[in-house]
Design a protein around this ligand. Structure first.
Ligand code: TZP
Ligand code: MG
Length: 208
């Protein structure tokens, strides 16, 4: 199931202040998103746990993997399908010890050395980005550009998701650089018609 995914959607409550987040994510799945991550930087542990429980139930209903950003305790508590780590989070080896071989572990990378290290250390996938400018990440890293996507394609075999500022109007460039899997926040969850936004991206990725 994991290796088949093509469109990864991440939560971002600031993008849908007047909508129910579960509806937003359900619409994204109905439009073609086939892996979901809970990523909220301003919530209490208790709030995150509640969201994780609800998202786990929703994603299980549609048989798509559910990944928790950062919080190992929450991933374990809800039996999430995996965890997504940053470079300064729990080291991969430790996360693997805790989760075992069958769970998905992803890690964000911004340069080839990080990608190669993640590959050596047994990550299931890496994030490659931010490809373009993004307002969805506060600890701003300069965009790595399409060059980094091409470097990862040329030098690694690990599955990767391109992320950061990817929208319908620029996704083709990312696909042309060699990406097969795309990860977005605002382009889907910030869309007026979430299902349609996901569908358009999904169709473009699958055509490529
Ligand atoms: N990591 C690198 S860029 C990014 C994250 C979490 C934010 C992506 O959000 P958007 O809205 O798709 O640019
Ligand atoms: Mg993190």
């Amino acid at each position: 199931m994991f290796k088949e995914f093509h469109l990864y959607v991440i939560t971002g409550e600031q993008f849908y202040p007047n909508k129910n987040y579960l509806d937003v994510i359900e619409q994204a799945i109905l439009g073609g998103a086939d892996i979901v991550q809970l990523r909220e930087k301003n919530k209490s542990k208790k709030e995150l746990l509640e969201m994780a429980k609800e998202l786990k139930a929703l994603t299980a209903k549609y048989n798509v993997p559910f990944i928790v950003n950062d919080h190992m305790d929450i991933a374990l508590a809800v039996d999430a399908d995996g965890i997504h780590l940053g470079q300064d989070d729990l080291p991969l080896e430790e996360a693997r010890k805790i989760l075992g071989p069958d769970k998905i572990i992803g890690i964000s990378t911004h340069a080839l050395e990080e990608a190669l290290e993640a590959e050596r250390n047994g990550a299931d996938y890496i994030g490659v980005g931010p490809v373009f400018e993004t307002k969805s990440k506060v600890d701003v890293v300069d965009p790595v550009g399409l060059e980094y996507v091409q470097e990862v394609v040329a030098n690694t075999t690990i599955p990767f998701v391109a992320i950061g500022g990817i929208k319908q109007h620029n996704v083709q460039q990312v696909l042309d650089a060699g990406a097969k899997r795309i990860c977005v926040i605002s382009a889907i969850v910030g869309a007026e018609d979430v299902q349609e936004a996901a569908r358009a991206l999904s169709v473009t990725i699958q055509k490529s």
